[in-house]
Design a protein around this ligand. Sequence first.
Ligand code: HEM
Length: 712
Amino acid sequence: MNYQEGSQARIEILNKTYIRYNVQIKKGQYLAFGYGYSMKNVDMVIFQSSTIPQVLDLYSNDEAIPQIDSQQDYISNFTTNSTHVNFVATRLLETTDSNDKVIKLGEALPMVWAYSILNSNLIKHEGKGSFEIYVSNAGINYQRETTFIEWDNLLMVRVHGWFLWFTWSLLSYIQMAVNRYLKIFWKVNMWIHRIVGTLILILTIIMSIVGFRNHKHIFEDLSGHHVIGIIIFFSVNLLVASGIIARSRQIRLKWKTSKILIFKNIHKIYGKLMYLLGQVGVLTGILHYNNRIKPETILWLPNADTFLLSGIFVEIMYQVYRNRESPFKKSQMKITIQDFEARVRSGQKLVLLDDLVLDISKFMESHPGGKFSLEANIGRDVSKFFYGGYSMENYSQFTPLHSHSNIARYIVNGLIIAQLDTQVIPEVANMRFSSSSYVKTLTQTIVLEREDGKEVGFHKFFKDIQMIGKYYLVRKRFRRQFVNRHYTVANCMEPKAYEVYLEILKGNKSVYFENQELFQQKVGGSFSITSKNYKTKSGVSRRLHEFQTDIFQVQGPLGKGLQIQSSGLHIAFTAGTGILAFVDLVAHLIRKNFNLLTPEEDSQINIEEFRFILYASFKNEEDSIAYEMCQGLQNYCRKNGLKNFQFNVRFSDANLNKWDYGFIEYVLGVNQDIDLQRLWVCGPPKMNEDFHKALENLVQNNFIESSQYEIL
Ligand code: HEM
């Protein structure tokens, strides 16, 4: 190297053992070399051409002037002429002094240099620089000039390192942990996520800029750390953008829950990848620093790998908690279903879960399954969705059927504001299969008995029409999770009772009185549910029939019931087993029209002003449910000029038009002179979804009110 006319230095390797300097400088000057990127904390050698020229082995501490090594390892001599001093100094590549840099063959060796042309003391310098050489078996290969790290920017390098460690080891870990493990604190969780996310963004941008500014030749001196740093700098912005998009989708999208979840998952996976990249960034940064600056930093010790280890413990605890099933809280506050409805009409955002009344107004926006799925259910029973039996949206490939975890149960406990005050208090019992029978093979009526052989505790028959449409929740734990199924009460589908109704319709009223035990509201010796035939259905229904020693948890009667009004129009659109929710109403109307009710039962419906129009769709007559009973009552009503029941059946095999928005509009139009009280839809999930969307449109066009219809 030449830094001044007539001055020069040459460095070479001798016998793979020594490093030799040939230095020529003017008298009264110095030239110093250090092994590193800065003059701080490095092994140095100085060539001083003062009155008595000398070569000194030095070591520089953080802030002080370099110290002379107690062990001098350079063997040197010099010659002088009138203007210059020529030094030759040799040192072992590896000395025994701990202050000396070990120079290894086959490695890049970063070096710094400084000189003074005014003075031979190491107090000041007029010029300095840094370069990297490659020390190989064959000698020295000059690599390139590098960035000289001053004390000032070394401080900034440390600030850069510490803050980015804080950001990508600590903050990003907190960000993921809060989101995953602290969902139960949903009120503050989203704010923590936003604040920590913003901090990560700001710190990454500022500290990356600090890093870039310290490295003027970053593109010529591009290391793995720099490449990762640049990628993180740009992709952290996209990560935040994907979070904002996911959040806004979660609140805004309707009928697109699968899209909400896709956006959320993209953000989640992206976040995790960025976390890993951040880790690589931090670790390569530490490596980069430790290769250049002594003493090395031990920042890697408390790094995310340590968090991850502790994280495994937290994760196990989380999984154990998540899969437990804590009981729901009971509420002292009891409200009737009418009170519930009135509150909803007055604008309160309430839903029912089992017999619990939940206020979801504040939770909706934080719901991980999207705001829409809760908003669309205000005033309704969310149980079958909550337990994962059904999905509201059924056209997507990624149909979100979600069986909620214990975390959701914990959240529910915080949302409960009251419990339904019902005439028949719901019971919970462990039960097993006793027998089964069927009217037609499409359905089966399963009789259950208590596991402990005690009195059942469930009612077999209800005199109160407000109990019609209530259901029982049947649950079975398979491996780690419960499988849940809701069965609507359909007492008249018990073959013996069904037989009696058909006899009544034939005019044979005496059969009713002969079988009075079937129509008494009392706690019975057995309890039955009607389900789709086990041969055509999987899950709980099949299990109920096939694994007859299995114990099932049964809870009920639950739900809103149909809330039949004493007068006015009631319309039901059903398909397949959906009709089961309404057969007990048809049975009640049979008893009503044939004057078989006690005065107390009789007062519940005003026969002149009550209307029930039942639309039922089946594949064909063979595959129908309760068809003879409904058709029988319809014929009876027609014959006797009674208007309280109308039965419209549609057989899909006959290729009749599908019920659509226009059809519902037409049905409502034809009956517009009658006060619409209730419109129910109970069919397979896709049909329910189509009707739900159509009815939402009708609400928007002011045809009906949201509280008038119910998707069962
Ligand atoms: C008030 C009652 C509800 C609460 C407290 C609740 C709470 C939660 C919670 C905490 C999760 C995160 C996963 C878990 O812990 O299970 C979740 C996910 C989900 N919820 Fe709900 N939920 C409720 C009602 C509903 C309803 C009525 C629906 C559908 C109509 C629904 C659909 C979903 C879906 C699809 C997911 C999956 C999200 C994912 O895969 O990340 N939830 N809910």
